[in-house]
Design a protein around this ligand. Structure first.
Ligand code: 4AD
Ligand code: MG
Length: 438
């Protein structure tokens, strides 16, 4: 049945239209993904962010203006369509919408994102990221990233953690001075925050268990496939908890993330042709010393006390098919706040969580020093400016119990789950050493 005027509001999303019984009349709005024609019938694939549906348009069934618009709607044109859901086993999804009326809402110029343009320049897709994000694969990755975050909020709320927010303009280096972005704060030196951990440590005395989800900044000078200069970090901190419960908390979180993504993003994983093995609890653990041995056996040696070189971490990670912990890092490879073992003050109560298949570190966590004198001594030994840590030290004067926490990078987790070569693909508008636009 042809309609003379086209409604201004949509009645269904594409996802809803595909679930509707046949003969349902619908008004959809979306973007034209592609066009084709077979015989006298014109087809368009419509996308609206909830899914894709095929539109079939026959000249003798629609007003002449609608047919013209259908013919003129190129890729990425925003359109409105009134139509009827019909079953068609040849259509993707088994259903299509037979067009009764159609209009262009916003025209599109010739779409510049083409395979040949992408092939001609390695930076093309990221120079045009504002357009390229509409692609099926990119949106699948970003939807998986969203579900990693939804799972995080569910998990922490269910487990009694309170969400806090911390400043991102700070005076303290949490993770060492070499990756700090410095800024002029009305004539004083300030930095973009590397981690909210120190503020979380203050907040646990108010809430017991806290978590945050906010950007962190690292002036990473090296070009790698796992470093962004701005990324989103999930961090958690618990009072009255040592490193063992910290490890269990991380296992629970990563399992919850994986569960959510495998359950709610099966379509997206299929689009990415990605399968990852479900991480059952407990995750495997190896010690720092074992990690050194595995690395050396595979040709990458490093001295005791040094941080794992990227290459070493990668080849250890390739030995596993689920995330695993590397425990007991030397203090010399860790930041100042780490609690050391009673049996050896050169070894910290800390661990890195490593994603398998070569993806590498996704989280770092550990137990913190809760004793005032011990922390003061550590700050002095490492020649850190005591004045900017005065408030952090102060916390140790007023009932600071044993406590621990961790930070996990959202884009690192997404990269592993989606099987991405480079971490930038896990970010809507990535920031790297060479990119601050778009
Ligand atoms: O290992 P990091 O540096 O640990 C901390 O910042 C601790 N203060 C966290 C804590 O205990 N509350 O960073 C934590 C995680 C890393 O494991 C990684 O997943 C991510 O943050 N990360 C990065 N992700 C992308 N690009 C970078 N440059 C990153 N640096 C760290
Ligand atoms: Mg780390």
């Amino acid at each position: 049945m042809s309609r003379a005027t086209i409604p201004k509001e949509r009645t269904h999303t594409i996802k809803e239209a595909l679930l509707a019984p046949k003969s349902t009349t619908v008004v959809l709005m979306g973007w034209v993904e592609s066009k084709s024609s077979i015989g006298g019938i014109k087809f368009a694939l419509l996308r609206d962010g909830t899914g894709y549906v095929q539109l079939a348009c026959k000249k003798d069934r629609v007003p002449p203006k609608a047919f013209d618009d259908f013919e003129n709607a190129g890729k990425e044109t925003a359109v409105v369509v009134a139509g009827t859901v019909v079953e068609d086993r040849r259509a993707p999804g088994g259903k299509e919408v037979s067009v009764d009326n159609f209009a262009i809402l916003a025209p599109a110029e010739k779409w510049p994102i083409t395979k040949s343009a992408a092939r001609a320049s390695s930076s093309f897709l990221y120079d045009n990221r504002h357009l390229a994000i509409r692609g099926r694969k990119t949106s699948a990755v970003l939807r998986i990233r969203a579900n990693v975050i939804y799972a995080t909020f569910d998990y922490f709320v269910k487990n009694g953690f309170t969400l806090i927010s911390a400043p991102t303009i700070v005076q303290n280096a949490v993770e060492g001075g070499s990756t700090l972005f410095e800024l002029d704060y009305f004539g004083r030196k300030a930095y973009l925050s590397q981690s909210a951990q120190l503020y979380e440590e203050a907040a646990i005395a108010a809430f017991g268990k806290v978590f945050i989800f906010q950007p962190a900044f690292r002036a990473e000078k090296s070009k790698t496939s796992k470093h962004l200069t701005e990324f989103w970090m999930i961090e958690a901190e618990q009072a009255f908890a040592g490193q063992e419960s910290n490890i269990r908390l991380q296992e629970g979180l990563v399992r919850a993330m994986a569960e959510r993504v495998q359950k709610d993003c099966s379509e997206e994983l299929r689009t990415l042709e990605r399968k990852f093995k479900f991480p059952e609890i407990p995750f495997p653990r190896i010690s720092y010393d074992e990690a050194r041995e595995i690395s050396a056996k595979n040709g990458v040696s490093f001295g005791w006390g040094e941080d794992l070189p990227t290459e070493g971490e990668k080849l250890i990670s390739k030995q596993f098919d689920v995330p695993f912990f590397i425990t007991g890092y030397p203090l010399s490879a860790r930041s100042f706040y780490h609690m050391t073992e009673a049996f050896n003050d050169k070894v910290t109560r800390s661990a890195d969580l490593i994603a398998p298949e070569g993806y590498g570190e996704i989280a770092t966590g550990g137990q913190r020093i809760h004793d005032y004198n011990m922390l003061m001594e550590r700050i002095k030994k490492q020649e850190l400016p005591t004045e900017s840590f005065d408030w952090y030290l102060d916390l140790r004067k007023y009932g600071m119990p044993e406590h621990s926490g961790f930070g996990i990078g959202v884009e690192r987790v997404t990269r592993w789950m989606c099987g991405l070569k480079h971490i930038r693909a896990a970010s809507l508008f990535p920031r790297t050493i060479s990119r601050i636009k778009p």
